[in-house]
Structure formats: structure tokens, C-alpha cells
Design a binder for this molecule. Structure first.
Ligand code: DGI
Ligand code: FE
Ligand code: FE
Length: 187
């Protein structure tokens, strides 16, 4: 599947705004991949499909999480988390992507996890800093991303945790695990 085919598949599933975000993530992910020695083709494919399930009906996502034996605790946290593992599942079943590196990068793009692969890091970070993102702290993370993938990732996760805490929201354990893992490595 080439880039144009992949993009035409996701375009049908997304709003124009979300599609533009996807283009931004794709371009950013390829640039980060080239900089940090990650396979740019895998980064491109994962970026294109990372939000594939963003607008999938909540009840159907819930059903997939239960039936496919995904971690049940996902159901106890913010529904925003669901589109990542469900997107990976649909990218395999509907689109026919079988590369497990690409599928994992989609699966963990929202929560993060312990011991993230370089490709997972690139997708997580590209999602956070793509040019269409405008929120406090994003510019600092963009600067960090220019010379240290882990430091940029760490700061983006810290910002997300602080953002969720300020809104009194629960934080999914994998997000804390990702944060702790990086904090220890960066000491
Ligand atoms: O799908 P996007 O909007 O492009 O970005 P995303 O997949 O990273 O989703 C981000 C949203 O998910 C963000 O506004 C924070 C929210 N969220 C809710 N609970 C959690 C969470 N993010 C993380 N990392 N961990 C959570 O527990
Ligand atoms: Fe997402
Ligand atoms: Fe996204």
C-alpha cells in the first residue's frame, strides 16, 4: 500500500480537521524517524493510521475491547484511550496491516507504555508536536525533539499527566509506567 492509498482509506473515516492533523503527524513522524534512525516507511504508515478509530462508535469500541480480550481496565478510564488499541485492531482486520511494529505504534499512541520502542516514541511524539497542535508547553517539546527523543517524550508525558490531574481526571496506569520508565532512564 502506498502513501496515497493509505491516506485515501483514512480520509473516509475522519473529519477534515482530523485528516489535516493526520497529515501533520505523518510529516512530523517521517522527519523524526529519519533523525532518530527509525524506519521512515513504518513511521509513515503508523502515523497515517494512528487515529483511524477516532470516530468509531463508543459502544462498538467497547464491544471490541471485551471480545478481543484487550485490557479490561481500559473501560474504567477515559474513553479517549479506546481509539488507540481499537485503531490497531481495525488497521489489521479492515485494512490488512500485519506489521506488528506498526500496529503497536498505533496501539500505544495515546497511553504510551513501559519500554516503548523507538517507533512508538516517534508516533507518540509526532502526535503531540505536529504543526497543527497549539497548547501550552508544545513549543518546549518541539525544541527538545530537535535533539533528544526521550527528553521530548518525557516532557510531553509529564505535560499530559499534569493536564489530566488539573482536570481531576484519572490517569491510565500505562501512562504512569511510561513516565516512570523515562524518568529513571533520564536520571
Ligand atoms: O487522538 P488525539 O487527539 O490526536 O491524541 P491522543 O490519542 O494522544 O489523545 C489524547 C487525549 O487523551 C488527551 O487529550 C489526553 C487524553 N487522555 C485521557 N486519559 C488519558 C489520556 N492520555 C494519556 N496519555 N493517558 C490517560 O490516561
Ligand atoms: Fe489519537
Ligand atoms: Fe492523533
Amino acid at each position: 500500500m502506498n502513501r496515497e492509498e493509505a491516506l485515501s482509506i483514512v480520509k473516509k473515516k475522519l473529519t477534515e480537521h482530523r485528516y489535516q492533523h493526520t497529515i501533520g503527524v505523518m510529516e512530523t513522524a517521517v522527519a523524526l524517524a529519519e533523525k532518530y534512525g527509525v524506519n521512515p516507511k513504518k513511521a509513515e504508515l503508523a502515523a497515517i493510521f494512528h487515529d483511524y478509530a477516532k470516530f468509531y462508535p463508543k459502544d462498538e469500541m467497547k464491544q471490541i475491547i471485551v471480545e478481543q480480550n484487550m485490557p479490561k481496565d481500559l473501560l474504567d478510564y477515559n474513553t479517549e484511550l479506546w481509539h488507540a488499541p481499537v485503531g490497531a485492531y481495525l488497521a489489521e482486520k479492515e485494512v490488512g496491516i500485519h506489521d506488528s511494529d506498526v500496529l503497536d505504534a498505533i496501539k500505544y499512541h495515546t497511553s504510551g507504555r513501559e519500554q516503548m520502542t523507538p517507533l512508538e516514541k516517534v508516533i507518540y511524539l509526532a502526535d503531540y508536536i505536529e504543526p497543527g497542535r497549539h497548547f501550552p508547553g508544545v513549543e518546549e517539546v518541539r525544541q527538545l525533539a530537535m535533539d533528544n527523543l526521550d527528553r521530548a517524550l518525557f516532557k510531553s508525558m509529564q505535560n499530559t499527566i499534569i493536564f489530566l490531574m488539573k482536570k481531576n481526571q484519572p490517569i491510565y496506569p500505562d501512562t504512569f509506567k511510561a513516565y516512570n520508565d523515562l524518568a529513571k532512564r533520564l536520571k
